[in-house]
Design a protein around this ligand. Structure first.
Ligand code: GLY
Ligand code: MN
Ligand code: MN
Length: 495
């Protein structure tokens, strides 16, 4: 009955949507219930993103968005769990009417409360509310508000970090715990609604990237390819690119996160395009590498095939329960054997004296010669962040049904790899053996990155853009054949 009244009311009084689209309101409530179920007794405090400081519009923090769906700046969220019962409150900020003429008027709190299912109060009421919870002696779970998990270590100046510093100064002995491990474990497994948004982001990415690869020609600037692929995202209804598009040709193909995209391509270059559309906040992340003139050289093909073999091998081992370590080792082993066969390293297990500031650190793999050619992780979760949960590049863990993630091996060859090495006997020996081969393959950077979801029997490949050598070369063959047909049609007399 209550449901009926509510839906009639919504029908009679249509109101602007407050929540992020695509995820039903009940799902947000279920996520909060899951969080509460993992807390014995205590309260969670999290801040959303502040007003944007640039001119690129507002983007909500992923953990906050996950729990509330609320897409306005300067909000905070408190979830209290006591005596087995959980209650959530959203703290929102007013907007000066003059500012609202620029940024829009925020939704009124009654609508926010109706749609989020949360009590709504104004932000200045947050501190007194938290003070009284702290006085009860309940532990507080802090959902830290760093902009991206990659920057978590550097976070000290965010609103949340300052709020907590002030809180601790006032409440001696307040027990502070990190809410992220709990929220992260929830976020790692995607619901059907999340997967639907992600599939759409990936499909848009695949279509636009494939069209761009088909249209690429030597002499085009990297930014023309960037414009083509990003234009395709927006035309298909995506929010826009989920991250700065990487379009690296020739020597730029060897820089993992090259984003200047201002070089003119030339015949003989490979182009690495690492791009992803965001759809309703969910980020795709797909990389293709292709020869700009349509056909791989023998050297490019050899490197490409090696990267592809590493990807295929690690793709084959994924199923629920398989450890991230097994998965990483599988790709690394294929790469190491292939690199040794090509003469780019002394042997699959050969080591070197690394130039990394941390030395070998806790990671002996980073001192193998093979690592030099791929000094990045094999993949990461995808979702509300490009580098979402799970984080299979960090430590232990295993794949579970509903994980969405990338597999993105690469091999990047540049003489800089040798020039940057410390001058030690071990490195001199290695350099003497491999320099000629490195010169032969230099300026070939290849990354192949695909998106997957773990299913109960294995894995589903989501980003089905052409990726085999023959498929990539065929893209251009097909398009030149199409052009030829069009020319013939144009020049033949009309009947
Ligand atoms: N697009 C950045 C990455 O592949 O991780
Ligand atoms: Mn990527
Ligand atoms: Mn990636």
């Amino acid at each position: 009955m209550r449901l009926l009244t509510m839906s009639c009311l919504l029908f009679l009084l249509p109101e602007a949507a407050v929540l992020a689209q695509g995820i039903p309101p009940a799902e947000y409530a279920a996520r909060r219930d899951s969080l509460a179920a993992r807390i014995d007794s205590g309260f969670v405090v999290g801040f959303g993103a502040p007003d944007p400081t640039g001119s690129h519009g507002f983007s909500q923090l992923p953990g906050f968005r996950y729990l509330t769906g609320f897409l306005e700046p300067n909000a905070a969220f408190v979830l209290v769990k006591r005596a087995g019962k959980a209650t959530g409150t959203l703290y929102t900020s007013a907007r000066d009417p003059r500012r609202a003429l620029y940024d829009g008027f925020p939704p009124d709190s009654a609508a926010v409360s109706r749609q989020t299912g949360l009590a709504v109060r104004s932000l200045p009421a947050l501190r007194p509310a938290v003070d009284s919870l702290a006085r009860l002696g309940l532990p507080v779970y802090h959902l830290r508000d760093f902009a991206s998990a990659d920057a978590a270590e550097q976070d000290s100046l965010t609103r949340g970090a300052r709020f907590f510093a002030g809180l601790l100064g006032h409440h001696n002995g307040l027990e502070v715990r990190d809410a992220h491990p709990i929220v992260d474990s929830l976020r790692a497994t995607k619901s059907p609604a999340e997967l639907a948004a992600l599939r759409k982001a990936i499909d848009i990415t695949v279509t636009s990237l494939t069209n761009t690869m088909r249209s690429a020609r030597p002499g085009m600037y990297e930014y023309e390819l960037e414009a083509m692929v990003e234009g395709g995202f927006r035309r298909a209804g995506a929010d826009g690119p989920a991250f700065g598009s990487i379009v690296g040709s020739g020597p730029n193909s060897t820089q993992y996160h090259y984003v200047q995209n201002d070089r003119r391509t030339a015949a003989g270059d490979v182009v690495v395009m690492d791009v992803g559309a965001s759809y309703r906040g969910y980020a795709a992340d797909v990389t293709r590498t292709f020869p700009v003139n349509g056909k791989f050289t023998p050297e490019q093909r050899a490197i490409y095939q090696l990267v592809r073999d590493a990807q295929a091998a690690s793709e084959r081992v994924v199923r629920p329960g398989v450890s991230f370590e097994t998965w990483r080792d599988t790709a690394r082993a294929v790469l190491a054997h292939g690199l040794a066969k090509l003469g780019l390293i002394e042997s699959p297990d050969a080591t070197f004296d690394p130039p990394w500031a941390v030395g070998c650190g806790a990671n002996p793999v980073s001192c193998t010669q093979a690592f030099l050619y791929m000094a990045h992780g094999l993949g990461h979760g995808i979702g509300l962040e490009v580098h979402d949960l799970p984080r299979p590049y960090r430590g232990s863990g295993s794949f579970q049904v509903g994980h969405t993630f990338t597999i993105e091996p690469g091999v990047y060859i540049s003489t800089r790899l040798l020039d940057m090495l410390p001058d030690t006997p071990k490195n001199r020996k290695m350099i003497a053996k491999v320099r000629k081969t490195v010169e032969r393959y230099r300026n070939i950077g290849v990354r192949i990155e695909d998106d997957y979801v773990v299913t109960k029997d294995g894995v589903e490949w989501l980003s089905r853009a052409p990726r085999e050598v023959a498929e990539i070369e065929a893209l251009r063959l097909v398009s030149s054949r199409t052009r030829l047909t069009q020319q013939i049609r144009k020049s033949s007399p009309q009947r």
